[in-house]
Design a protein around this ligand. Structure first.
Ligand SMILES: [Zn+2]
Length: 289
């Protein structure tokens, strides 16, 4: 199974009641850990590349590495631009062979979000790429008590149908008490809002700010109607802790520390592929085809 757009896999996830993770990768050791996790879990997945990485000098080489590794996988996997800022950045991602893109114009007023998202949809369609947008605004965990925890930025369910009709995106990130990074206090998620939006739309819904929930909370979020979960902060924490341990070992080496990064990705990704219900879904997909 080569590199694919994740759209058909997300539709299947929505119908079957599981979620596909987007794990962010920044360099080859993390990629190797995630690849190993996908092989062991037989799961579909998204390799998320944060928009900031597209500004780095090595992005062409890194994208080529990612394409090569993902193309060798036997499970369906996508390379996706995470939080694309503008049309130029989306164009670059598509030229680099990314199979899905997110345009995040969620800070803009409703009509401007529509206009900017629409431009991206028109461009990305030529490449056969899937498109994610964000309606409502998912804030930061360190401002949680003033923002997401106070119901600020929440997706207005009355606007969803119009947004989808005018933009034609394939999947949609919504804000319902979720937040990027570490939550300042207990996440207060409005699952009734997720269910309300899910019942109004036929496309998959996305949760950003996945880190910080219990495994049972993830299962509830997925049952309520989320089909894609962006997960990174927990990977960063797990990898950092493990690399610090490796560095403190007698005779520590660079190789040992980098292996710790790879192992932390592998273990953490295996865990969440299982919790999200994605594990095993790649083999059943190929049988169904
Ligand atoms: Zn995000």
């Amino acid at each position: 199974m080569p590199l694919v757009s994740i759209v058909p896999e997300l539709i299947r996830a929505r119908n079957m009641g599981y979620a596909i993770p987007s794990f962010n990768v920044f360099e080859p050791h993390a990629v190797d850990g995630l690849i190993s996790a996908l092989q062991k879990s037989a799961a579909p997945c998204i390799f998320g590349v944060y928009s900031g990485c597209l500004k780095e000098a090595n992005i062409r080489a890194f994208a080529a590495y990612l394409r090569e590794r993902v193309n060798q996988l036997e499970v369906p996997a996508s390379i996706m631009l995470d939080h694309g800022e503008n049309l130029e950045q989306v164009q670059l991602a598509l030229d680099l062979g990314f199979t899905d893109v997110m345009i995040d114009a969620s800070r803009l007023p409703f009509e401007e979000n529509i206009a900017k998202t629409r431009e991206v949809v028109q461009l990305a369609r030529h490449y056969g790429a899937g498109i994610e947008a964000e309606l409502g605004h998912v804030g930061l965990g360190d401002q949680y008590n003033q923002f997401g925890g106070a119901r600020k930025g929440f997706t207005d369910p009355r606007l969803v149908a119009e947004f989808l009709e005018k933009t034609g995106v394939d999947f949609l990130a919504i804000a319902f008490g979720n937040a990027h990074g570490e939550y300042q206090s207990e996440p207060r998620l409005d699952l009734d809002l997720v269910r309300e939006v899910r019942d109004k739309v036929s496309i998959p819904l996305v949760m950003h700010g996945g880190t910080g929930l219990t495994d049972d909370q993830y299962r509830e979020v997925i049952r309520a109607g989320i089909s894609k979960i962006n997960y990174f902060t927990g990977l960063n924490k797990a990898a950092t802790a493990r690399m610090i341990r490796a560095a403190a070992e007698p005779g520590a080496t660079m190789f040992g520390i980098l292996s710790a990064l790879r192992e932390a990705y592998e273990e953490t990704c295996i865990h969440y592929l299982e919790v999200f219900g994605a594990a095993g879904q790649a083999s059943s997909t190929s049988q169904a085809r």
